[in-house]
Structure formats: C-alpha cells, structure tokens
Design a protein around this ligand. Structure first.
Ligand SMILES: Nc1nc2c(c(=O)[nH]1)N[C@H]1C(S)=C(S)[C@@H](COP(=O)(O)OP(=O)(O)OC[C@H]3O[C@@H](n4cnc5c(N)ncnc54)[C@H](O)[C@@H]3O)O[C@H]1N2
Ligand code: MOO
Length: 409
C-alpha cells in the first residue's frame, strides 16, 4: 500500500508554515525574567538616552573656542566658576572664558560644548586653570539622545532578548516586557503493546519510551510539555484523548499509529477534528517515513512514527522549529558541524537521510563522524550517538572521507 501525499522535509516545513498563523499569544514578564525570551511587540523608547549632554572624562567643561591655540608653553587661562555634581542638574550657564569642574558622566552645563581632560590642565590657583591642549566642540562628551533617541524603535518584535538587550530596556525604563508565550505541547503515546516504565515487562509488551524522549525534546526546545500517557489503539479512546490534548495545548504530538497498518487510527482521528486537517502523510526521509503532519484550527498536530529514533528525528525536523519560535530559551543548535564520514553510506536519492554518528577529533586535527549502525527501533543507538549526519536528498550516499553536516544533540 502506498502512503499518500509524501513530501520532502522542505516541502513539509513549507506546507506547515503556510497553514500556521504567526504566534501572537503573549505575556508580560518583569525585565529580569525577559532574558532569552522573544519580544511579542516592538519596543519604542520614551526618553532620550542619555537625557542630557554628558561628560565621558574627568576634567573641565569649557567652550571649545576658548581653548583654540593652547599649548604647553602658552596655555589658555580659564576662570573656574563652578562645579558639576554627579547626578545633579548643571544649572549653568557657562560663560566665555570660564571652566567648570566636571566628573565622568556629569551633566554638561549649558554654554559648554566640550570637556578638557584634567591631564591637559594645570591648576594655577583655586580659581584659575591653564589648558595645555585645545579641544574641539563635542570632544569628550556624549550628546543627549546619542545612545537612543526618544521615539525610536529600539528592539523589534520577534527579537530574542540577550543580556545587552536587558541593559538597553533598563536604560529606556522598560521594566515590564511583552514576550511570546511558550508553546504548550501535549504528548500522547499510542499502542496496545505499551506499558508504563514502572510496570514489569511481559511477553509482547514494551515500556513507553517516546513520552519521555519527546518530553525532554519539548523542554529543550523551550516549550511546556504535558504527558497524556498511553492511549489504546482504538478510534474513540484516541479521539477523546486528542480532543482533550488539543484543547489544553498549542501543539499535539502523537507517537505510534502513524503507519498504514489497519489499526492505525491516528490519521482518521485527526481528520475528524477540524480544518484543514491532515496536510501530509508520509515524508521522503529516513528514518521517519510514516509521519503525519496536520493543522487543526491553527494548531499543529504531528503523528510521529512509533520507532523511538524516528520519532526523535521527526520532532527535531518539524516540531522543534515551531516550539523554538516562541521558546523559553535560546536554541542550542543553530548551525551543524562539518565532519568527515568514516565509511561509505548508501542512501536513495529523493530522500533525506539522517544517520546517527559519534564525533571524534582525529590525530591530524580533522573532525570525523563514525556512523552508529542500528535500526530505528533501538533507543540505545541514540544514546551512543553524539548527533545525526544529514545526507541530502540530492545524493545517492556518501563516500568515506566526504564532509557531512552533523547536528549535535
Ligand atoms: N509494511 C510496512 N510496515 C511498516 C512501514 C512501512 O512503510 N510498511 N514503516 C515502518 C516504519 S519506517 C516505521 S517508523 C513504523 C511506524 O509505525 P507507526 O508509527 O504506525 O507506529 P507503531 O506501529 O505503533 O509502532 C512502531 C514501532 O514502534 C514501537 N513504539 C511505538 N510507540 C512507542 C513508544 N511510545 N515507546 C517505545 N516504542 C514504541 C512499537 O512498539 C513498534 O515496534 O512502521 C514500520 N512498519
Ligand atoms: O521511518 Mo521508520 O521511522 O524508518 O523507522
């Protein structure tokens, strides 16, 4: 029997994207909780930063033209007529031929347009200094609004906040930050052969692995997982569980029951839930071929293959980017590593292959990837591996020594 509507990974991603609305669910968090969160709105500065012209050196506020031509042998003499106090308004004005003592960060008095560093002055008496080096207007000061101009957009919606962004928000007085709510993800395992991990095994039964791997993957991607447990392979039981999970979450993952076996109810259940429903059933990928991708009333739903390796690989390719797009923390994997594969690996063209590998540094310094062989039902292969190597669908395989992209776990 043929699976219907088989898509490449790229087509599957594009199809999902076309059917998923941009996330708008937001929450307001205190600034310190905003780190690594994604802004849900543009942030506009209400105030100029700094709010006044500010010295960047310890020295004297002056009118630059009063210092023109000054040298060590012929200093420009200025009357010291005031002192700027840190954190206080400098009342000014500073008149011709005058200088005010100013600390680094102090407010420039009106009338002054530059600061002379204390190193380039000599104190003649308590009220007179000699300036030994001229300054130009604007020297040793930061202008009002030079860092941030009032009314400007300082950070855009969609931006993930870094430490420096928290600093900027503090500078403009934003202490409550609008950020995207992380996705809530409901996780269901289906199969009459499945038992809970705390149960003893009996012939024919296996412990539920996928609930645990998927839970970990959702947390890692910055989502909030909820387990709905093991659901028996029965249309009504599965439908009831999925309806509940869909109502309580922003995404639902159902592992097992995605293949074409007679008992595989997942696709049929999804088709009864709402539009557009199943978008694809089957992907040109190994492992993970019998994947179902669906959107129901704006929420993504995935029927992941039952084999534990396949479920993990498909989560990473399709679900992880969606969870990360509103995730609580920074994605760990942004770029793959390039490593030389150490064996010839065959793969069919027209299909993306993901090969479990371990990585090591060879004596000559090259990074190499050793394939971890084993069927996609074996969770131990994922535990041994450091990541997966991607053999793109355009290739018929890779030869030993060829460079491949490796996505680390
Ligand atoms: N005739 C064909 N048979 C199969 C095909 C195919 O194309 N033609 N595809 C195979 C591939 S590839 C995969 S992957 C599996 C996918 O099957 P399902 O998604 O329908 O999942 P199940 O049949 O329920 O389970 C498959 C396998 O995985 C085990 N499993 C399921 N859930 C869990 C879990 N939560 N924890 C641990 N192990 C789980 C289950 O016991 C089965 O061994 O179909 C192939 N068959
Ligand atoms: O796709 Mo199955 O997922 O090859 O094991």
């Amino acid at each position: 029997m043929e699976l219907f509507n088989v898509l490449t990974v790229q087509q599957a991603r594009e199809t999902l994207k076309a059917h998923l609305p941009a996330r708008t669910k937001e929450e307001i968090v205190p600034l310190l909780y905003g780190l690594n969160r994604i802004l849900s709105r543009d942030i506009t500065a209400r105030d100029d930063v700094p709010g006044f012209d500010r010295s960047t050196m310890d020295g004297y506020a002056v009118r630059a033209r009063d210092t023109f031509g000054a040298t060590e042998s012929l200093p420009a003499y200025l009357d010291v007529t005031g002192e700027v106090m840190m954190g206080q308004e400098a009342a000014g004005p500073l008149g011709a031929g005058q200088a005010w003592v100013i600390p680094t960060g102090g407010m420039l008095p009106p009338g002054a347009d530059a600061v002379v560093m204390v190193e380039y002055t000599e104190e003649l008496d308590q009220h007179t200094i000699g300036v030994t080096k001229p300054v130009a207007p604007g020297d040793h000061l930061v202008r009002r609004g030079e860092d941030v101009a009032a009314g400007s957009v300082v950070l855009q919606a969609g931006h993930r906040l870094r430490p420096q962004d928290l600093g900027l928000l503090a500078a403009v007085g934003v202490t409550q930050v609008p950020v995207l709510e992380p996705l809530r993800v409901g996780i269901l395992s289906t199969g009459n052969e499945l038992i809970e991990p705390e149960q003893p095994t009996t012939p024919g039964k296996v412990r539920d692995i996928n609930s645990y791997t998927l839970y970990g993957q959702v947390v890692e991607a910055g989502g909030i997982p909820t387990l709905y447990g093991i659901i028996e392979d029965h249309f009504d039981s599965l439908r009831n569980a999925v309806v509940k999970a869909l109502a309580e979450n922003d995404m639902v993952l159902i592992s097992g029951g995605s293949s074409v076996g007679a008992r595989d109810a997942t696709a049929k259940v999804i088709e009864t839930l709402g539009s557009p429903g199943v978008l694809f059933h089957g992907m040109a990928i190994k492992p993970g071929k019998p994947t179902i991708g669906a959107v129901v009333e704006g929420k993504p739903l995935f029927g992941l293959p039952g084999h534990p390796v396949s479920a993990m690989v498909v989560f990473d390719l399709l679900a992880r980017p969606i969870v990360e797009s509103a995730g609580l923390h920074r994605p760990r994997r942004i770029f793959p590593l390039r490593a030389a594969i150490t064996r010839n690996i065959h793969s069919a063209t027209g299909r993306d292959d993901f090969l479990r590998v371990t990585l090591r540094r060879r004596e000559d310094g090259a990074l190499v990837a050793d394939p971890v062989l084993g069927k996609s039902g074996l969770i131990s292969t994922m535990v041994k591996a450091d990541g997966v190597a991607h053999i793109p669908l355009t290739k018929e395989g890779v030869e030993a020594g060829e460079l491949v992209d490796v996505w680390l776990f």
